[in-house]
Design a protein around this ligand. Sequence first.
Ligand code: AMP
Ligand code: GLY
Length: 456
Amino acid sequence: MAKIVMYPADNAKEALDWKAVQGQHITAVERKVLVLGSGGREHALAWRLAQSEGAHVFIAPGNAGTAQVGTNVNLKLSDFEAIKHLCLKEQINMVVVGPEQPLVDGIVDFFKNDEALKEVKIIGPDKRGAQLEGSKAYAKDFMEKYGIPTAKCFKVNKDNIEAGYGFLEQVKAPYVLKADGLAAGKGVLILNDLQEAKDELSKMLDGKFGAASATVVIEEFLKGIEVSVFVLTDGEHYVLLPEAKDYKRIGDGDTGLNTGGMGAVSPVPFCTPDFLSKVEDRIVKPTLKGLKSEKIDYKGFIFLGLMNDGGNPYVIEYNVRMGDPETEAVMTRIEGDFSELLDACADGRLDEVHFAKSEKTAVTVMVVSGGYPEAYKKGMRMSGLEGLKDVVAFHAGTTFDSEKQVVTSGGRVIAVTAHGDSIEEARDLAYREVEKIHFEGANYRHDIGLDLMKLQ
Ligand code: AMP
Ligand code: GLY
């Protein structure tokens, strides 16, 4: 049975064993890395970065879990001046931006244009590059211009709403309506009824998602199985990180409301070398060519939300960051020195670094608050975390109460990742340990990976 060590920063011997298992090339460079964000993705990034020799990780604002692998600094991600102050005070070498909002708001441009921050490397695209996620209309135009396979679409605003109704009448149900801008992951509606789709289109243009839905992209519905493919690029070269499947609905069997993600599996059985080479040839290479043609200097992650329709990949969406909870699975399968990989990305020498993926299968199960994704309580005390064995527990929504006890602070609370030689083995281990975690209202899906076991 595969073993993952809980918290290397807490346990030097186990950390070294882990590196030996991973065949890690150890460099004795002192590196100060700042991870921006506070979710499970950021805990997983910080956990992985902390394994590099000589690395000290800061997380802003972080959570109760990130405090175990580095130093939390409480600041607002919209406060770029505070982030600058932190970088200068702590002599940060590299900043890794977790969520999309600071990227869309131009944090990379802020760093590039500030003389005092010139030496600080930052992983993420500038404001123009971040439009690939920040504007669905921009992303669709980009894909059309560079011949990247995606669903047919029609862009609507208040001036051409009648034409929008016309497009809905032409395409078949289900109808896909997308707010152009960022809408906290809620801006996509999929409807079966034509009249309902027309009504929702009108409501969106009237501000259902605020300014984000002043423009709506209507898309043809794509059939198939979804997969998240992660690219790390320095603008010139790229590597494919391990791919993962996300489970978005709250209920077993993909039922109920959409969530931020209830679990993940990596690798994904249908992502064969043949499928991934189609992804590279039809999507990754034309995307990078497009970015270059648009003179967008892109150093960071590209998260391709893909639909596999009969062995052919189509882009559902671009994200300009890593996925959550996919990162909680993916980070456990990246071998070698991850800080060095990101350093090489920032320096434009991704072609020079060795990078390998673990043969193991990772299964991540997200434990969420009762009521999530609708209203839920916060501040619930948790038990069972100390007793977890052979898994990594990434904190997604936790904090400390006044007595320094770990309590819930979000909808998604803890992501438990286990490794195995098969999905079944990793699933069994993940669920064995998840059952040990207790807090009032705790909920999780029981079927993470079940659908993929049939495809193995
Ligand atoms: P997005 O925010 O673009 O990822 O959309 C949220 C979810 O809606 C996706 O993960 C898909 O499950 C679904 N979706 C979005 N666009 C389409 C489409 N054109 N066809 C089918 N499903 C879609
Ligand atoms: N898990 C999907 C996302 O991060 O957008």
